[in-house]
Design a protein around this ligand. Structure first.
Ligand SMILES: [Zn+2]
Length: 383
């Protein structure tokens, strides 16, 4: 095999040993500067024109490029460098290897993928492989929070296609859910707790809406279903209301988290929430609520007939002699940002487990297998 599996193992171990916890999720997180420098140095060794862009202090993107020798299509291989926090983990940065598995925070999400992409750059260099189109190696910041890395990247990079290497157990992922966060506030009127005829309790009024959301969450699943991503859903992760005991609550605020399936738009989802609000206001004429959109991340889907998906499937079959499994992800990924920027994007990543959990690992064989599949896809796509 042209992919150096000793290199992928050694590199993955080193990547896991570098803390790159997203500092927005945990203030003690190191961010992407150190891991970015490590990746940048390797890309330079492999003569893949590498640049490191600082987006904010300590937050960087690293982008390498091997120029094509002809006029073939360009392809981007992408991974995020940040990880979620390490609370609850024993030895999160050990990179310990046992029975073909490498353990530690980010091993699976998604430093295994970074190692696989770097192994592609190494193979291109060591074996003097030339492609007709450009091959871009992209490592971005902040996917686990606000994706400032991917959003910065698409301002300057445009390729014909991209492969986002989020973990998939080597299945091909062609769709994922999106999400919208909405702040909804009910208004009350403060008064002494003893003056019930003067006060309006914003918290109790919110109860009408919470009951509607709870009912809607049960029916939503049946209403909105995607063959790969499953059901749409809604829940209320945050609630806050009132100032003190013995005072009628002047205001109650919730954050509703609506997980969307491909095809759903922000406009539709907002209208759906407005409908729930109007049902709640029919229960009590003092009910008054305001909906504010806080964050919207679109769902994503690519046609299984698109060129990049077909070439990836061919590369998979070449390696495994069987057809790949097709899946959808229930969480959101940077692929939606690339897709919206007009870059046809598909997702494939290694095998492993414990994503965002206390014990996380990647299966080492699958990391080098991923490298081989990515390289074969580049050979087919960048003709
Ligand atoms: Zn990830």
């Amino acid at each position: 095999m042209i992919i150096d599996s000793d290199f992928t193992t050694k590199t993955l171990q080193k990547l896991v040993q570098i803390n790159s916890v997203n500092p927005q999720l945990d203030s003690s997180g190191a961010g992407e500067l150190e891991i970015g420098r490590y990746i940048h140095k390797l890309l330079q060794e492999f003569e893949a024109d590498s640049v490191m862009d600082e987006i904010k202090p300590g937050r960087v993107n690293v982008t390498g490029r091997i120029k094509g020798v002809g006029t073939g299509k360009s392809l981007m291989l992408n991974a995020h460098m940040d990880t979620v926090g390490v609370k609850g983990m024993v030895d999160p940065f050990s990179g310990k290897i046992e029975n073909g598995k490498l353990y530690g925070r980010g091993a699976y999400d998604m430093k295994g993928s970074i190692a696989a992409i770097l192994a592609v750059a190494k193979a291109m260099h060591d074996h003097k492989i030339q492609l007709n189109g450009d091959l871009v190696f992209s490592f971005v910041a902040d996917e686990e929070h606000e994706s400032i890395g991917a959003q910065e990247l698409i301002k300057t990079i445009k390729t014909d296609a991209a492969i986002v290497t989020e973990p998939t157990n080597l299945a091909i992922c062609t769709a994922h859910r999106g999400f919208g966060i909405f702040k909804i506030t009910t208004e009350g009127k403060t008064a002494h707790g003893g003056n019930h005829h003067l006060g309006v309790d914003a918290n109790s009024l919110m109860g009408y809406l919470l009951a509607e959301i709870s009912e809607w969450s049960k029916t939503l699943s049946g209403h909105k279903l995607h063959p790969l991503c499953g059901e749409a859903s809604i829940h209320v992760p945050l609630i806050k209301g009132g100032r003190s005991l013995f005072v009628f609550s002047h205001e109650c605020e919730i954050c509703a988290e609506r997980r969307t399936i491909p095809g759903e738009t922000q406009k539709e989802v907002t209208q759906e929430l407005q409908k729930l609000v109007s049902i709640a206001s029919g229960k009590d004429d003092r009910f008054n609520a305001i909906i504010e959109p806080i964050l919207w991340r679109s769902p994503y889907e690519i046609s299984p007939d698109s060129t990049i998906v077909k070439k990836l499937e061919d590369a998979y079959i070449k390696k495994n002699q069987i057809k790949p499994e097709y899946i959808g992800h229930t969480w959101w990924e940077d692929s939606a940002i690339f897709g919206e920027a007009g870059i046809e994007t598909v997702i494939i990543g290694p095998k492993g487990g414990g994503i965002h959990e206390d014990v996380e690992w990647a299966e080492l064989d699958s990391v080098s297998d991923l490298g081989e599949i990515l390289l074969n896809t580049a050979l087919l796509f960048c003709e």
